[in-house]
Design a protein around this ligand. Structure first.
Ligand code: HEM
Length: 146
């Protein structure tokens, strides 16, 4: 008979008065699906009113577009993996190839995302990380220069 083993201590990088340091994902720390849904809906409110961007989106399927962007961003930030289960590998540059993503389109896309992030009021470090990522991702999506 082996002795019952004591529970293994959880490995944490730091601990403080409240216990172990937060080791969660950004997705969990900012409030999970509710927060991502709010950001993406606010973003599409802007896109829908944008005369350059709106015509690029299949207009009968705003809910579909909201789902795709929300689940993609959730997955990127450590949340559920529904995006890839449904859509496979993101291949975002390839998926954007049919759309004329000019520097102007990129600036507009980012403006709407920044407005959505302004409204979401994430904690400063998460806000900075999110903006830094979308900035780089949007630049990578540019595929036309005329
Ligand atoms: C730079 C300007 C951008 C423009 C003009 C643009 C435009 C579009 C359009 C027209 C679609 C098709 C609508 C749909 O079926 O969902 C789309 C899809 C999508 N975009 Fe963008 N996009 C931009 C940047 C980005 C960035 C920076 C990201 C990620 C951080 C992103 C993530 C996605 C995703 C996940 C989809 C759905 C892909 C799929 O599964 O089919 N887009 N985008």
């Amino acid at each position: 008979m082996t002795e019952p083993q004591p529970p293994q201590p959880r490995l944490t990088l730091r601990s403080g008065a409240e216990g172990p340091a937060v080791t969660d994902t950004l997705w969990a720390q900012v409030g999970g699906t509710d927060t991502f849904e709010r950001i993406v809906r606010r973003f599409y409110d802007g896109v829908r009113e944008d005369p350059l961007l709106a015509p690029m989106y299949p207009d009968a399927d705003w809910e579909g577009a909201i789902w795709r962007l929300r689940t993609f961003l959730e997955q990127y930030w450590g949340g559920p993996t529904a995006y890839s289960e449904e859509r496979g590998h993101p291949r975002l540059r390839m998926r954007h190839a049919p759309f004329p993503v000019t520097p102007d389109a990129k600036e507009r896309w980012l403006r709407h995302m920044h407005a959505a992030l302004d409204a979401a009021e994430l904690p400063p470090m998460h806000d900075t990380a999110f903006r830094d990522y979308i900035e780089r991702a949007a630049l990578a999506m540019v595929n036309r220069f005329e």
